[in-house]
Each structure stands twice: as structure tokens, then as C-alpha cells.
Design a protein. Structure first.
Length: 371
């Protein structure tokens, strides 16, 4: 089988080996276990490999480079218009060569893929919509267009669209799905997930950008420290907000309680989860936030905003805290957990039991049924 991946993810090549954003590539490697040949249509960068990049594990990869593009300004829009015919042409012929078309959405390249696949109604297709599928959420028009195209059973045929969460009034090709990071063999009982640190430890993992709202996590910790709690926050990730966060930490004398670790390997972040009581993510938009599921797997009580399927992941508050992004109210809720150890353990127990049902083995089995 020739399996085609249409993706906006920026790739890198070293010694004929292709690399990409680790969580995405790690997931795709599970798909590729069941594939004979792979065609990838995506942007290719000359940047260096970093700790958050991972290589594809497949011997037969036909990589077809397309240029990056966006419509964020008039100038970029005009340049992008000139690029579109090349991108359409490459995607069309890649789809023509493929047995199975796999679209990665939402993204600019994925949007073009959604349009071009209309010309191939009889080819088998899957689409992974990794963003927020909530029909009521405010999203860019390009995202709404992709969702409309993928849901339209007249234009988009012979496809299964994998989305996070269960939503009412969906077309028959929409399939609630999940993702996974850890194996059945890594499961541990709650008794073996005790944190020995005397401090209350919280962990944030993600890009340091407005959408992930890392500053709110720091503000929460600041208020808890003012109330007299020994709280430590470890942040993993890089982004354009780093300088702003460093200034905030310095101005508020938080150097001994808030630590910016930058991009780290999956192994390092896993150890951080294992040594933390809480995982926090006050994000403005998500798909299936892996950081929340991963933290829960290792016994962290999740503190997260109710965007996308997060409310479902947290059992509407049965296995974590749905943040209101009202600092006073959220700090009071977290303080209540600090003061009630039995409540904390109940949340941990529920979080672990839920997250550990979503293993790599279960994910692999679900993928096999789609291919």
C-alpha cells in the first residue's frame, strides 16, 4: 500500500532521514508500521534538528517538498497566491499515486488537501483533525472551512475523520478518537506514583505562546506562594513569550519557585510528570492536549481550561479542575485541594484510571482498523 500524508508540519532532512515535530512523528510512526510505502507532502526546512524533533521509522519514504505559505498579511497573501498552483499540482499527483490519502488538519497545507481530495472520491481516506472540533468555538475561517469540507459527505467521500471529543449532530464520517503516549508496560499503580518532594510541584509543558497561556500558570503559583504554600512550578518548552516570562519571574521574586527549562526530551518531561502533583494548562484552544493526558497517566491532577474535549477528559471535574481563568476563583479551588488530602487522592485515582486506558497498544489497534 502507498500511504500519502498531507501535512503542514515543517520537516528537516539529515543524511536522507526525515525529521519533524516529535509528538506528530511519534504518532505517525505507529501508522507507518502497517504501510509498505510512504509519500509525504509537506514543507521542508534547512533548520537544525532540536530536542523536540524525531525521525520517521520507515525504509521507503518519498518526500515531496511544498513551500510554506500563509495569509497573515497582504504581502504574504500575494506571495502565497503565487505558490498555490505549485502546491495544488504536487498534492494532486501525490494523491493520484497513492492508495490511501491521510490529511493532517487544521493547517494551510491540509486545507488544500481537503480541496484536492474532492477529485478522488473513490480513494480510501482518513483525516486527523488535531485541533478543536467544538462547533460552537470561535475559530479562523480557514479552520471552519476545513471542518465544513471534511463533514460534507457530498464533497468528501470514502473518508473517516478522526476528531477529539464527542459532539452532537455530526455526519456519519466523523469518528471520535484519541491519542496515546505510553505503553501498557509502563502502567503503575497509584501506590507507586507517590511524589517524595516536600514541595507541592506543578508542571507545565508546551510552547511558550499566548495560546498556551503559561503566564497564567505562573500567576497561579505566585498567589499560592503569597498564601504561604510551598509550591514549585517547572515549565518545559520554548517560545516568543520566554523573555516576558523571565521578566515576570524576576520582578516578582519567583526565581526560587518557577523554573524555565526550555525544550527537553520526552524522557525528561516524563520524569517531571512523575515528580509532580499537578499538571497545569490554561490554554485558549486545544485538540487533545497530550500534556494533560500524559500528566494524568503519571498521577498528576490536571488543572486545565474547558476548551475542546478537555471537559470530557477531566470528567467534567470528576478527575481534575476546570479552570475558570478567574485568578481568585481558581486559586481558591486549588487551595481547597491542598487542604483536603483525601479529595486530592480521589482526583489522582480518577485521573490515573482514565488516562491509563489510552495506551499505545490501544492506539495501534485502532489505527489498524482504519488502514
Amino acid at each position: 500500500m502507498k500511504f500519502l500524508i498531507i501535512s503542514h508540519v515543517e520537516h528537516k532532512m539529515i543524511a536522507n532521514q526525515y525529521f519533524g515535530y516529535a509528538p506528530y512523528v511519534r504518532e505517525m510512526n505507529i501508522w507507518l508500521k502497517h504501510i509498505d510505502e510512504v509519500i509525504i507532502v509537506a514543507p521542508l526546512s534547512s533548520n537544525d534538528i532540536t530536542s523536540i524533533d524525531l525521525d520517521y521509522l520507515h525504509p521507503k519514504i518519498d518526500f515531496r517538498k511544498v513551500p510554506n505559505f500563509n495569509f497573515t498579511s497582504i504581502k504574504n497573501g500575494l506571495i502565497s497566491v503565487l505558490k498555490l498552483p505549485i502546491i495544488f499540482w504536487k498534492i494532486f499527483w501525490a494523491m493520484n499515486n497513492a492508495d490511501h490519502i491521510h490529511l493532517r488538519c487544521p493547517g494551510n497545507v491540509g486545507l488544500i488537501g481537503c480541496l484536492v481530495q474532492i477529485f478522488f472520491p473513490h480513494k480510501k481516506k482518513t483525516a486527523k483533525y488535531a485541533g478543536n472540533w467544538d462547533p460552537k468555538s470561535a475559530q479562523p475561517w480557514t479552520y471552519r472551512l476545513q471542518k465544513w469540507l471534511l463533514s460534507n459527505t457530498f464533497l468528501t467521500k470514502n473518508i473517516q475523520v478522526l476528531v477529539y471529543g464527542e459532539w452532537s449532530n455530526q455526519t456519519k464520517n466523523i469518528l471520535p478518537f484519541f491519542t496515546a503516549s505510553y505503553s501498557e508496560t509502563e502502567k503503575k499503580t497509584l501506590q507507586n506514583l507517590k511524589v517524595t518532594d516536600t514541595n507541592i510541584r506543578m508542571v507545565f509543558a508546551g510552547t511558550l505562546v499566548e495560546g498556551k497561556n503559561p503566564l497564567y500558570a505562573i500567576e497561579v503559583v505566585k498567589q499560592l506562594c503569597i498564601l504561604g504554600y510551598s509550591v514549585v512550578l517547572d515549565l518545559y518548552g520554548e517560545g516568543k513569550l520566554r523573555a516576558k516570562l523571565e521578566n515576570f519571574i524576576k520582578q516578582n521574586n519567583l526565581q526560587e519557585v518557577v523554573f524555565l527549562h526550555g525544550n527537553q526530551s520526552a524522557v525528561t518531561v516524563k520524569k517531571a510528570y512523575q515528580n509532580s502533583h499537578f499538571v497545569i494548562l490554561a490554554s485558549k484552544s486545544e485538540g487533545w492536549p497530550k500534556v494533560i493526558a500524559e500528566g494524568m497517566f503519571w498521577g498528576c491532577v490536571p488543572l486545565a481550561t474547558p476548551v475542546s474535549c478537555v471537559s470530557y477528559m477531566l470528567g467534567k471535574g470528576e478527575r481534575g479542575v476546570l479552570l475558570e481563568q478567574n485568578l481568585i476563583a481558581d486559586v481558591k479551588t486549588i487551595q481547597n485541594i491542598f487542604e483536603n488530602p483525601k479529595y486530592f487522592e480521589r482526583l489522582r485515582y480518577a485521573a490515573v484510571n482514565w488516562s491509563q486506558t489510552y495506551t499505545l497498544e490501544k492506539f495501534n489497534s485502532a489505527i489498524q482498523k482504519l488502514i
